[in-house]
Design a protein around this ligand. Structure first.
Ligand code: HEC
Ligand code: HEC
Length: 225
C-alpha cells in the first residue's frame, strides 16, 4: 500500500512539473520533507535533531523555489533536521557549513557512529550537486552588517542587538527591512531562540546579559531601509 502511494506521488510530481507547475510541485516538496521528518524524528536522537533548526521556514518560502538549487536543498537538507533558510547565514559562512554537512551525509561526520541506524537512509549529493547547493545558498544568503557603515554599533544603545542577534548567525544588516517590518522578524527570532534553547529576555537571569527587545527593535528601526 505504501509503495503504491509513493508511486502515485512521484507520478504527480512529474506531471506537476510539466503541466500545472506550482501547486503540484510544492505538494511533492512538502511530502518529501514530511517523509524525511518521520525518519529522523523516529530515531532515538529525534528530540536533539529537532532543535538544531526551528520549524519556522517552509519550502514554499525558498527563493526561486522551482530552480534546481532550491530543489536540492529540499532533497538533501531536510534529512536530519528542519529546512534551513539560505538567508540564515552570510555567503562567507556557507562553504564551511556545507562541507560539514556533506561529510555527515557521507557517513563520516562526528555523531556518525552514534547515529548509525538513522544514517543508513541518508544520501549524499554528487560533487556537481554540492556545487549547485552552495551557489544557491550563497546567492540568497544573509547580508551581514558592515561595521564601517554603522558608527554607533559599539554604542550602549546597540548592545542588546549585538548580544542577541549574533548568537546563531552574523549580525544582520538593518537595511534588510523597513521600520514597519522589523518587529515581526524580531518576534520570529524570539521564537527561534526559545526553540533552540538560547538566552531569551523573557527569563531574566542576573548572571546573563539582559536582552531588551525594545532596544533591539529601536536600533534596527533607526537604521531600517
Ligand atoms: C546527515 C545529517 C544532516 C544532513 C543531511 C544535513 N545536516 Fe545540517 N546539521 C546536522 C547536524 C547533526 C547539525 C548540528 C551540529 C552542527 O551544527 O554541525 C546540523 C546543523 C545545521 C545548521 C545549524 C548550524 C549552524 O552552523 O548554523 C545548519 C544551518 C545546517 N545544518 C544546514 C544544512 C544544510 C544547508 C544541509 C544540506 C546541504 C544540511 N544541513 C544537511 C546534520 C545534517
Ligand atoms: C537562536 C538562534 C537565532 C538567534 C539568536 C537569532 N536568529 Fe535570526 N535566524 C535564525 C534562524 C534559524 C534563521 C533562519 C530561519 C528563519 O528565517 O526563521 C534566521 C534568519 C534571520 C534573518 C534572515 C531571514 C529573513 O527573514 O530575512 C534575519 C534578518 C535575522 N535572522 C535577524 C535576526 C535578528 C535581528 C536577531 C536578534 C533579535 C536574530 N536574528 C537572532 C536563528 C537565530
Amino acid at each position: 500500500m505504501k509503495a503504491t502511494t509513493a508511486g502515485f506521488v512521484a507520478c504527480f510530481a512529474v506531471l506537476g512539473a510539466t503541466v500545472a507547475g506550482a501547486t503540484w510541485a510544492d505538494d511533492s516538496a512538502e511530502q518529501a520533507i514530511a517523509a524525511a521528518r518521520v525518519r529522523w524524528q523516529d530515531s532515538p536522537h529525534g528530540p536533539m535533531l529537532a532543535r538544531i533548526l526551528p520549524p519556522t521556514f517552509e519550502a514554499a518560502q525558498l527563493p526561486e523555489r522551482h530552480t534546481r538549487g532550491a530543489q536540492l536543498v529540499v532533497e538533501y537538507c531536510v534529512q536530519c533536521h528542519n529546512l534551513p533558510n539560505p538567508a540564515m547565514h552570510d555567503a562567507a559562512k556557507w562553504p564551511g557549513i556545507v562541507e560539514r554537512m556533506v561529510v555527515r551525509m557521507q557517513g563520516k561526520g562526528n555523531l556518525g557512529t552514534l547515529m548509525k541506524e538513522m544514517m543508513a537512509g541518508v544520501k549524499a549529493p554528487t560533487d556537481e550537486e554540492r556545487a549547485q547547493l552552495l551557489t544557491y545558498l550563497q546567492r540568497y544568503a544573509q547580508r551581514p552588517l558592515d561595521p564601517r557603515k554603522y558608527s554607533d554599533i559599539e554604542s550602549d544603545a546597540a548592545k542588546s542587538f549585538r548580544l542577541a542577534c549574533q548568537q546563531c548567525h552574523v549580525l544582520p544588516d538593518p537595511r534588510r527591512y523597513t521600520a514597519a517590518e522589523w518587529p515581526a522578524v524580531v518576534a520570529r527570532m524570539e521564537k527561534n531562540m526559545l526553540w533552540m534553547n538560547r538566552v531569551v529576555g523573557s527569563k531574566p537571569n542576573p548572571d546573563e546579559p539582559q536582552l531588551r527587545i525594545d532596544e533591539i527593535i529601536g536600533y534596527l528601526q533607526k537604521h531600517a531601509r
